[in-house]
Write a protein that binds this ligand. Sequence first.
Ligand code: GAL
Length: 667
Amino acid sequence: MSSPLWFGGDYNPEQWPEEVQAEDVELMRRAGVNLVTVGVFSWALLEPKEGEYRFEWLDRVLDRLADAGIGVALATPTASPPPWFGLAHPDAMPVTADGTRLTHGSRDTYDVCSPAYREASVRIARALAERYSGHPALRLWHVHNEYGTWSHSEHTAGAFRDWLRGRHVDLDRLNAAWTTAFWSQHYSEWEQIQPPRATQYLPNPAHVLDFRRFLSDAMLDHFLSQRDVLRAVRPDVPVTTNLAFGDWVPVDPWRWAEHLDLVAVDDYPDRTGQGGAEQTAFAADLARSWAERVPGPGRPWLLMEQAAGVTYTGEVTRPKAPGETARHSLAHVARGSRGAMFFQWRASRGGAEQWHSGMVPHAGPDSRIFREVCELGSVLPRVAEARDADVVADAALTWDPECWWALGSPSLPARGVDYLEAARQVHRVLWRSGRTVDMVRPDRDLPRVPLLVVPALYLLSDEAAERLARYTEDGGTLVVTFLSGAADPDGTVRTGGYPGALRDLLGVRVEEVHPLLPGDAVGVDLGSVREEVTLWSEHVHLAGAEAVAHYAGGPLDGLPAVTRRRHGAGEAWYLSARLSDRGLARLLAEAAGTGPFPEPGLEVVRRVDRDGAWVFVTNHDNRPRWIDPARFGLDAGARDLVSGVSAQGMTLPGGGVAVLRGHPVDN
Ligand code: GAL
């Protein structure tokens, strides 16, 4: 029998009387829930006074779940220390960049470098481990919640200096890496270095970048101190933490994945409809790719949180369309998630997130949301047999959180340069052309897919540049966009012309950048089509490459905008301007030698293993679509695991998902 897919969510029973908890278990069984995350924010109830534990209530919760056959991801509650903690250890509260010491009253109020917080975290983790390591409900340890609180305290300052000593070894090296000769910032003693606190004008970008790198490592260290305690008592239970995604999160998931037993991610797309589907695919492709670095086989990862039935758009909370929750969940499962989890099981009545959604909404089980939850719970076991099969990607995209951080600097020539949007644009264009995308960071071996797109890879080491060259030499098509290679890993601009480290490979030399004002556009001639580009353009000289498209009008009129150079068995393309989605789609199709995907509106993800193939097909149209397994490389014996029908041609309703199980046929 195949291993199950996990299905459930954050479960906060302490917010409810015991009779509701009894109903919870009954409803969970009805919905097919098999895993709940317990205890994420329970520290104050578990340890109401320093060193005094109250586990009885949690015993009852876990026992009840175990009796019902429901597993538990047991959380360490360190994301929200109790009120007594902040009063006893005011120095463990975080300090903002402007020197304000925060107080308890919300959550995530901790200084990850404070010794008292570190000790208290390990203590509560050990107490939980000792009490529950043998509990029959335990399936997974869930450390903390969404690491991400910044602090600029004295504790942080000391730890930052230690970290800097490790990275730069001596002050001369640090002064050089940070270009401290500029604006009289030269450091003559380590003690002079502070976290990047509020300052008079623009901060030093290298200082800020190193601080984010340091925070990632400091938080990882906090995670590891708990992981080691948990592992010591139950080495067979996987340990994870749920990674948040946002520019405020100073966490490098590539590095973290090397220390996790399973990558867990939270995903809250802020768009509905196709935009939401594109964001979902992006998040899932990232998670799968990070999971490649998890030690051991299987790229394990899990969608740990998503919203049940609503989308937070920033402005309003909008209900998801009928079936959208299932589509998002199955899009994650298609890309390798070991299940579909939610925040949270039951919507809270009070507290700061009282209007956040739940699998059981305020309206109760007699609701569309709960019915859709039950429906999803019945589909997941039917598709679980695909759980361990490999996802077949046919294109790749570089993703480097450090570039995201570096390009967030106010020292760049254009405020509108947005690394996340640059990566998302490439991803959605590939998604719309029917491709499944692996994400890569070019400090490791590059993938064997025929197309690799490198958007705005601003920080680039010489070694990574060489790896990109090798990828092309070996026959890959490399498409690089503006700002890539311009700086070294310290963020120091490479002189002699952009794109710095990639000049030779791309066969171009960029003399000057010409960012465009918001609302301005300049023409680029793409053969039969004229494209209006926004945000960015450049004065490009050919130095071995040929021009594929030229600027039309404006100061760069007639100069190359897009170039191509043969290198070894492959090609290296350079896009010096910010193209529209349509223009980018055209160029990628030309570069990769393919036309648009033959089935627009259908999202297709292939999984394979020794026993066969599974093709996840999602119909993003409103109208029914006829699908034929042969179109997706499957034999005529294919069957849809969702509807159970033999799929020698089947109608997939608008918004529906099919998982075709069959055997690949050679084209
Ligand atoms: C997540 C967080 C949860 C909850 C949720 C609300 O980022 O981990 O605790 O706050 O958002 O949507």
